[in-house]
Design a protein around this ligand. Structure first.
Ligand SMILES: [Zn+2]
Ligand SMILES: [Zn+2]
Length: 318
């Protein structure tokens, strides 16, 4: 077999292998909380390390260095991974639990998870509900002006890298990725079904920001692979797609159902956007604090207002 086709085959095998291994590790992490108490979210940190390594091996042809944003990326990742879920649960769970508590006198909507069907069906229902919810929430985050103000920071990155997966305004992230799991929890599904579905949905979208040139092949039509998600981040939205395309967070089936899936091919090759970035051309935002405060109107008047100044403030005066 010629060396080229060997390496192509190897490239196609990397995504499924990483998906399978990290799906298994996610289950281990969720069923062995004692490991998590040593290093919280150790499996996600390991995934970061593997993806960063893949980015070094499989160099992407349109790659843009994000090194100067490392501080913002690390801070944003830390807050999103370790703070946002906890704070959202603290604030939102009492509100969600209010209804069953006052109408039914119990914490959950269903007294017993048996009423929600067999375990496998619960896994399917939760997975579908999470995907459907996240697709429409994400689409709304592009269509509603205030939600877009919050979400737009995620779209100012100029290349997809493992380290900017979690570059999001905390409210934007919580609305799309935390709220839905709190709703699932209050309905009263079997905790084991929630655990399996959470692992499936996590791994379905866990590699979407991998900056390596990995070919998705048929997986592009099953999971939100980097090749699929890059089109969601294209600076030039394809004609006829309105605000954007490929809104699904883990499985592209929702885009296919609602007419927003976009993955062009030429001569049997999957094409990729040449330019990634904000559709109105805004530059990336270096300051995490500005990302937090600006869309909420809390940025002090005496501080620089123009987002275009981001990244230029430390430059010496001309
Ligand atoms: Zn988006
Ligand atoms: Zn993204």
């Amino acid at each position: 077999m010629p060396a080229v086709s060997k390496s192509t085959l190897l490239n196609f095998a990397v995504l499924p292998a990483v998906l399978a291994i990290f799906f298994g590790l996610r289950i281990v992490a969720q069923t062995h909380p004692e490991l998590d108490s040593w290093i919280p979210k150790w499996d996600r940190l390991l995934l970061f390390a593997v993806v960063v390594l893949l980015e070094r091996i499989y160099h992407y042809r349109y790659a843009v260095s994000q090194r100067h944003l490392l501080g913002r990326d690390v801070l944003s990742t830390f807050v999103t991974m370790y703070v946002v879920g906890f704070v959202t649960a603290l604030l939102v769970l009492p509100v969600l639990a209010y209804l069953p508590q006052h109408l039914l006198g119990r914490k959950l909507l269903f007294a017993s998870s048996d009423a929600l069907g067999p375990l496998w069906l619960q896994v399917v229902v939760i997975t579908a509900f999470v995907g459907f919810f996240r697709y429409w929430m994400h689409r709304l985050q592009h269509e509603n002006q205030f939600l877009w103000e919050l979400h737009a920071y995620h779209h100012r990155v100029t290349d997809l890298k493992a380290l900017n997966t979690y570059v999001s305004h905390p409210i934007d992230y919580a609305l799309r990725n935390v709220l839905v799991y709190l709703v699932v929890g209050v309905i009263g599904f079997d905790p084991f079904a929630i655990l399996i579905a959470a692992a499936i949905t996590f791994i379905g979208g866990g590699l979407q920001h991998c900056g390596a040139d990995l070919k998705g092949g048929f997986l592009n039509y099953v999971f939100v692979t980097p090749e699929v998600h890059r089109w969601h981040h294209t600076a030039d939205v394809p004609k006829g797609y309105g605000y954007s395309c490929n809104y699904s967070v883990e499985f592209p089936v929702w885009d296919m159902l609602f007419g927003t899936f976009y993955l062009p091919q030429k001569d049997g090759q999957t094409l990729q956007p040449e330019r990634i970035g904000h559709p109105d051309g805004l530059p990336d935002e270096r300051s995490y604090v500005r990302m937090l405060l600006m869309p909420l109107g809390l940025w002090p008047a005496s501080w620089p207002k123009d987002p275009a100044l981001a990244g230029t403030q430390s430059a010496p005066p001309a």
